[in-house]
Design a protein around this ligand. Structure first.
Ligand code: ATP
Ligand code: MG
Ligand code: FE
Length: 339
């Protein structure tokens, strides 16, 4: 079974071909980071235009690397949402055109389901499993009891973890995207500042990062007024310590409560070295298996969409040619529907 996937939800134009749901045959990603850098973040209009410009090139490259053609594909899968509407539309329309012209089934995939299924490209899932999704727009704890079923047991009430990284980085005048930069600085700094940890209610698996972000901004502001010298490395290390402690502790508690077999980490912030280390330490003594994808599968790519799409294909999900981009598609709605 060959599945082709198209992903254009944000600022990466990506196409991949995956065999039998787990074997990556080709995985092409054209990043737009350079174009958005000078604006300090993703500009939706620019993102859409780049997707249009890059799509044919990336598509051809994916087929060429695989040595396959559209005729060899069993289904076309595409990120349907969530994401930037104009960006998503480029992928959805490309997928529909390919499906119509070649008479192939088409399946819409949830972007976060994709981030989770990136892990299945490395290791078979073992249910029940707990997924910690930490990306630019999402911070969620998701319980999976079977393939294609997603239950959100905790989520952020304000900023996503990646968003907090990017905002703090901007305050420190670091270039976009800030997450990797803070990660690097944190490794060189010391945890000299005791930033708050937002634990929320005792039994809550929800997250909150906006208070921490404000605490960092206040700290910098006060230091500036008092002409106090603060090292960026120490701020980064102290900020990261707070984020990592809350993420890893809540993940640990939820994994214990639900007695899961696997704990998987997904999304761009899964690339964070501090988080990877903290989770490894926490789960080392348990019987639970911790899966963290390699860096290139943590950030946006289409192989992960093909991996999730392959399961949807096997489960009989099909979209029609009326498939539309859905910028606010919920994971639970996606989980429940059987098309
Ligand atoms: P979403 O998947 O929620 O729609 P997105 O696709 O923009 O959002 P990803 O591409 O999964 O998000 O991840 C990008 C985020 O990951 C950015 O916020 C970036 O700063 C962060 N990030 C990447 N590497 C690291 C790192 N090493 N440490 C911390 N954050 C990181
Ligand atoms: Mg991105
Ligand atoms: Fe993403």
């Amino acid at each position: 079974q060959y599945i082709i996937a198209i992903e254009t939800s944000c600022d990466e134009t990506a196409v991949a071909i995956v065999k039998n749901g787990t074997e990556v045959i080709s995985n092409v990603v054209a990043s737009q980071i350079e174009s958005h850098k000078r604006f300090g973040g993703v500009v939706p209009e620019i993102a859409s235009r780049h997707h249009v410009e890059q799509m044919t090139v990336v598509l051809e490259e994916a087929f060429e690397q695989a040595g396959l053609t559209i005729k060899d594909m069993d289904a076309i899968t595409v990120t349907e949402g969530p994401g930037l509407v104009g960006a998503l539309l480029v992928g959805v329309n490309t997928a529909k055109t390919l499906a119509f012209a070649n008479n192939k089934p088409i399946i819409g995939v949830h972007h976060i389901a994709g981030h989770i299924y990136a892990n299945r490209l490395e290791k078979e899932f073992n249910f029940p499993l707990l997924a910690l999704v930490v990306s630019g727009g999402h911070t969620e704890l998701i319980l999976m009891k079977e393939h294609g079923s997603f239950e959100i047991i905790g989520e952020t009430r304000d900023d996503a973890a990646g968003e907090a990284y990017d905002k703090v980085a901007r305050t420190l005048q670091l270039p976009y995207p800030g997450g990797p930069m803070i990660d690097k600085l944190a490794a060189e700094g010391k945890e000299t500042i005791d930033f708050p940890r937002a634990w929320l209610e005792d039994d809550s698996y929800d997250f909150s990062f906006s208070g921490l972000k404000s605490a960092v901004i206040n700290k910098l502001h006060n230091a500036e007024q008092r002409n106090e010298e603060l090292k960026k490395e120490d701020i980064a290390a102290s900020f990261q310590a707070s984020v990592v402690e809350v993420l890893s502790e809540k993940t640990y508690r939820a994994a214990m409560e639900h007695n899961v077999k696997q704990v998987i980490v997904a999304g761009g912030v899964a690339a964070n070295r501090g988080l990877r280390q903290a989770l490894e330490d926490k789960f080392k003594e348990t019987s639970m298996e911790l899966l963290i994808p390699p860096l290139h599968l943590c950030t946006d790519n289409a192989a992960m969409i093909a991996a999730a799409g392959s399961i949807a294909f096997e489960q009989g999900h099909r979209a029609g040619l009326d498939l539309n981009a859905n910028p606010s598609l919920s994971l639970e709605v996606y989980s429940d529907r059987k098309k």
